[in-house]
Design a protein around this ligand. Structure first.
Ligand code: AMP
Length: 459
């Protein structure tokens, strides 16, 4: 998963891009990068690690002067996490210097890559985004034609920000899988994965970029906005963004993600009508708002039952088995006074592999909890995502292999309830419009053709 941002017509472009990336850090913690242009020659600075570690004042002010910038944060599965795949990707081609930052997963990239290889193209990266650079370099016409012709060849998920000189371009695939929003700050336009990034840097959210829309912005003006393809009948925006990925303060379909998560909790409580407990406890942080909704609907007391340590990063997780075992305990610690001797409803967003939940439940038991009913604010995840969420392959998804009853036994809880799909969709839908989401991870029904091996080299 990744986060992207672009800003134009602003002397502080690189500083604002880095602040936007910090706001989007939850979408990718492994590498970050910024391309700057508009003043001197286009330049890209990227590195592995967190945004705040990479972009200090010295780098932003001395190395990245300019008026237009795009930025990217990246999260991959371990083996493909390397600097070579860090974005933005900057190229020099017949159209000049162009830089691209991508969130999503191009599902037909292997097919296109093979064709390009046969024509003699050279690839430096292993990520799917690189094919877009080749398609851009080979396309003819003005900037709008070049981008349109290139995007028409792609399938799958792509939200993009592209920079050429001082022109900022935003684009979203025809399904609208990944979010992308337009914002304004004074005489500058901003494009970002989430509205929270626009607002944190001082901008105002205007609207979502539409599925299949290309928007070209220069000197604080929208020069052109058009659809590169006829609009599909059905939009397929990822529903898991609402469940887990996006920030609660971001706006999706005119509602904050927080509101939607509270609603999920309310429906969960309705599904569990009759279950009695002393206290409702969220798993921090993503279970928080669903637990709040649950408490509101059920009139059960809401309590914070954990202390979360915010200093445990992902990089700390990997090195050794000993550290891996310690990580869950370092990240979360139950507050004994809150849970001891109590019957609790524990609320989390999702179960993926089941390993985190198992550790959390074991910790609660060791701290003296009496009974646990585990409630999840989405249905069982039974299928991998091919559109940019890094769910593991099917054999590692606990709900793909085991029934709800077996998962309950494995977790050793007294009750286990998943929000059902109808209620999840009802929580998220806008103005009664429910047919706008991709729910493939819960149903196995993919809205596009997918080649199973695309997950190998993409993110
Ligand atoms: P587990 O069941 O051990 O795989 O962990 C599930 C937890 O990881 C969920 O409760 C989420 O908070 C979090 N999670 C869900 N999806 C993802 C993802 N794609 N990447 C990282 N963490 C995730």
């Amino acid at each position: 998963m990744c986060g992207i941002i672009g800003i134009e017509n602003n002397e502080n472009a690189s500083i604002l891009a880095s602040a936007g990336l910090i706001t989007l850090q939850h979408r990718g913690e492994e590498s970050a990068g910024i391309t700057i242009s508009g003043m001197k020659k286009m330049k890209t600075f990227k590195s592995m690690g967190l945004v705040s570690k990479i972009f200090n004042e010295k780098i932003l002010l001395n190395k990245l002067p300019g008026t237009a910038a795009i930025g990217h944060v990246r999260y991959t599965t371990s083996s493909k996490s390397s600097l070579i795949n860090a974005q933005p990707f900057q190229i020099n081609c017949i159209h000049g210097n162009i830089s691209v930052a991508h969130n999503g997963n191009i599902t037909n990239f292997l097919k296109i890559k093979k064709k390009l290889l046969r024509k003699g193209a050279i690839f430096n990266h292993t990520s799917d985004t690189e094919i877009l650079l080749h398609l851009i370099a080979m396309s003819k016409g003005d900037l709008a034609d070049v981008i349109m012709n290139s995007l028409r060849k792609l399938r799958g998920a792509f939200s993009l920000v592209i920079l050429k000189d001082k022109t900022l371009i935003g684009a979203r695939d025809e399904n609208g899988f990944r979010p992308l929003v337009l914002g304004k700050m004074g005489n500058s336009y901003i494009i970002a994965s989430e509205s929270a990034a626009v607002e944190v840097i001082g901008g105002k959210y205007i609207r979502d970029i539409k599925p299949a829309e290309i928007i070209i912005i220069e000197d604080g003006q929208i020069k052109k906005s058009f659809l590169y393809k006829a609009v599909r009948k059905k939009q397929n925006t990822c529903i898991f963004e609402q469940v887990y990925f996006s920030r609660p303060d971001s706006i999706m379909f005119s509602k904050t993600v927080k509101e939607v998560r509270v609603k999920m909790g309310e429906y969960l409580a309705q599904q569990m009508n009759g279950v009695k407990a002393d206290v409702v406890i969220p798993v921090p942080d993503t279970g928080y708002f669903a637990a709040l909704g649950f408490s509101k609907q059920s009139n059960m007391v809401f309590e914070n039952g954990f202390v979360r340590n915010h200093y445990v990063g992902r990089s700390f997780i990997k090195p050794s088995q000993c550290l891996r075992d310690l990580t869950a305990k370092l990240k979360l610690r139950p507050i004994k006074e809150v849970i001891k001797g109590k019957k609790i409803v524990l609320v989390d967003d999702s179960i993926v592999r089941g390993t985190t939940s198992k550790k959390i439940i074991d910790m609660l038991k060791n701290s003296g909890v009496r009974k646990i009913h585990f409630a999840l604010s989405c249905p069982p995840i039974i299928s991998s995502c091919y559109y940019g969420i890094d769910t593991p392959s099917k054999e590692h998804l606990i709900a793909a292999k085991y029934s709800v009853d077996d998962i309950k036994k494995y977790l050793d809880v007294d009750g286990l309830t998943f929000l059902n799909l109808d209620n999840l969709i009802k929580s998220c839908c806008i103005n009664g419009e429910s047919n706008v989401f991709c729910t493939a991870c819960f149903t196995g029904k993919y809205p596009t053709k997918v080649l199973k091996d695309t997950r190998e080299e993409s993110y």
